[in-house]
Design a protein around this ligand. Structure first.
Ligand SMILES: *Cc1c(COP(=O)(O)O)cnc(C)c1O
Length: 239
C-alpha cells in the first residue's frame, strides 16, 4: 500500500482484520469464533485503548511491564464482569519484575524457563491464586528471538506440572519475518504439532495456541492458531 494514503480509521481496520481472519478460517474449514484477537497495544495511547474497548476488543497485549505500569489507570479500571478485558504480557519477563507483572497481567505469554516458571508459581502461592501463562517456544533459529528450544518443552512441562500455582494454558511463538509470508507456514505448523503433542499439559477447557502477527496471521490461522496478536494491522505502523 502506498504510504501517501491516509491511515484508515481504527473501526475500519478492525472490520478488515475480522474479514481477513474469517476468510482464513474458512479456508482451513475452521470457525472464526475459535480464534481470539489480542490487540497489541505497545506504544498505543490509553485513549486509543479506550476506543478499542468500546469496539468490543477484550484482550490486550503489552510487551513491557514498565509501559503497562504507566497505563495503570486503564489496567486498574473496574469493568463489569462480562466486559473485563484480559491483559497479556507478550514480551520477555525479567525475574526482578515478576511481582509487578503478576499484579498487572492476567496471563504471561512469555514463560521460557523453569526458573521463571518457579518464580511465577511462588508469586501465585503468595497470592493464593494460580498464575496463568503460556510457554513461549523458539520456533525460529534467529539468535535474537526469545523462547524455549522446542526440545526442552516436554521435560519442562513435566516439571512445571508440579507447580500447583502455575496454570499453563498453551503455547506462544513468533515466526521469522519473510517478504514471502508463505515461508512462515512450516514454523507455525511445527508449533501446532508441539501444541497437539502436549495438549494434556494444558489444564483449561480451551488451550491457547498464540501465533500470528499483523504480517502473517492468515497463515497462522490456516495452521491452527487460536489467538492472533495484532498491533499494526489494527492501529497502524508504530513510530
Ligand atoms: C509487537 C508484537 C506483536 C504485534 O506486532 P504487529 O506486527 O504490529 O502485529 C505480536 N507479538 C509480539 C510478541 C510482539 O512483540
Amino acid at each position: 500500500m502506498p504510504n501517501s494514503l491516509a491511515p484508515i480509521s481504527f473501526p475500519c481496520a478492525l472490520g478488515l482484520v475480522k474479514e481477513r481472519l474469517a476468510a482464513a478460517a474458512k479456508r482451513a474449514k475452521r470457525s472464526a469464533e475459535e480464534i481470539d484477537i489480542l490487540a497489541v497495544t505497545k506504544t498505543i495511547s490509553a485513549e486509543r485503548m479506550e476506543e478499542a474497548l468500546a469496539l468490543g476488543l477484550r484482550q490486550f497485549g503489552e510487551s513491557r511491564v514498565q509501559e503497562a505500569d504507566k497505563k495503570r489507570e486503564i489496567f486498574a479500571a473496574r469493568f463489569p464482569p462480562d466486559k473485563a478485558p484480559r491483559w497479556h504480557l507478550i514480551g520477555h519477563l525479567q525475574s526482578n519484575k515478576v511481582r509487578r507483572a503478576v499484579a498487572l497481567f492476567d496471563c504471561i505469554q512469555s514463560v521460557d524457563s523453569l526458573k521463571l516458571a518457579e518464580l511465577l508459581a511462588a508469586e501465585g502461592e503468595r497470592r493464593a491464586h494460580p498464575i496463568s501463562c503460556l510457554v513461549e517456544v523458539k520456533i525460529s533459529n534467529e539468535a535474537t528471538k526469545q523462547g524455549m528450544p522446542p526440545d526442552n518443552l516436554a521435560p519442562f512441562l513435566e516439571r512445571a506440572a508440579r507447580l500447583s500455582f502455575l496454570r499453563i494454558e498453551g503455547l506462544m511463538g513468533v515466526a521469522p519475518l519473510f517478504k514471502d509470508v508463505e515461508k512462515t507456514r512450516p514454523y507455525f505448523s511445527a508449533l501446532r504439532t508441539l501444541f497437539e503433542r502436549n495438549k494434556n499439559a494444558f489444564l483449561v477447557d480451551r488451550p491457547i495456541l498464540s501465533m500470528g502477527m499483523s504480517q502473517d496471521f492468515e497463515v497462522a490461522v490456516e495452521e491452527g492458531s487460536t489467538m492472533v496478536r495484532l498491533g499494526s494491522a489494527l492501529f497502524g505502523a508504530r513510530s
